[in-house]
Write a protein that binds this ligand. Structure first.
Ligand code: FES
Length: 278
């Protein structure tokens, strides 16, 4: 049994805005029945404001609750405000969702995005064209029809770092698992692109090195009775003194290179070289 918040249970038992708007100005679809859940959202828009929203969904309780909450969140909002809503906002408004159910909030976000993409195209031929275009987007997970764009957005909006988290949020990777390597590639690409190395001044670099040593490296060494002190920094050369059990230990070179230096390379500058001084 999932641990749902009271808000989720309320929206599940008494879903708001269920149904269809016959003369909708925008319609968005996410998910597919073959993948187990689908959401269709209908929007009525006047003067740039969402005046009505309804949904039809085939899915679990959290899909119903996410869709219901989403419609409540967007009615009365401007298009610009609605465009800023993320799946995290939906989940937060619901008082949270179990990790394995976060994909329901992503489905809401995806349907909304689809509707906004279609808004302003006033005949169904255009809508169909757009939908075909969406289908041509790169599908990463063929078991659940999850596109690269959706995975990228889920990573960005929720700070996802592992394939398992991406599966929880999008379902991608949750069946045959053949797409897991591709998902890992997207995660790697995202963090490589987003985390551009910041150019630190010499003073900022020393402060950061000191912080990493004090807050990350030293506590780890203390667990085994050792410790470390920063002695000096000269460009990329970091001079340290090992203390306690680390001092004079036959593994001290290994500790310095594979732990201390690697940690500082990963967090401060990949050119750092750590040297032990007496
Ligand atoms: S292709 Fe993604 S789980 Fe099968």
């Amino acid at each position: 049994m999932w641990d749902y918040s009271e808000t989720v249970m309320d929206h599940y038992r008494n879903p708001r805005n269920v149904g269809k708007i016959d003369d909708a100005d925008a319609i968005g679809i996410a998910g597919s029945l073959s993948c187990g859940d689908q959401l269709k959202i209908y929007l009525k828009i006047k003067d740039g404001i969402v005046t009505d929203a309804k949904f039809q969904t085939f899915g679990c309780g959290s899909a119903v609750a996410s869709s219901s909450m989403l419609t409540e969140m967007i009615i009365g909002k401007t298009i610009d405000e609605v465009k800023k809503i993320t799946n995290k906002d939906i989940a937060d408004k619901l008082g949270g969702l179990p990790p394995e159910k976060m994909h329901c909030s992503v489905m809401g976000y995806e349907a909304l995005e689809d509707a906004l993409k279609n808004y302003g195209h006033d005949d169904m031929v255009d809508l169909d064209d757009l939908r075909e275009e969406a289908v041509r987007e790169k599908i990463v997970c063929t078991c659940f029809n999850v596109t690269e764009n959706l995975i990228w957005d889920a990573i960005k909006q929720n700070g996802l770092k592992t394939v398992e988290e991406v599966t929880n949020y999008t379902k991608a990777g949750g069946a045959c698992g053949k797409c897991k390597a591709l998902i890992q590639d997207i995660i790697d690409t995202y963090y490589h692109k987003e985390e551009k190395p910041v150019q630190l001044t010499a003073a900022q670099k020393i402060i950061r090195i000191n912080n990493i040593i004090e807050k990350t490296i030293s506590p780890e060494l203390q667990k085994d009775g050792g410790d470390i002190t920063l002695i000096d920094v000269d460009g990329n050369k970091v001079m340290v003194k090992l203390r306690g059990k680390c001092s004079g230990c036959k593994n001290s070179v290994h500790t310095l290179k594979s732990f201390v230096e690697t940690t500082l390379k990963d967090t401060v500058d990949k050119n750092i070289e750590v040297v032990e001084v007496e």
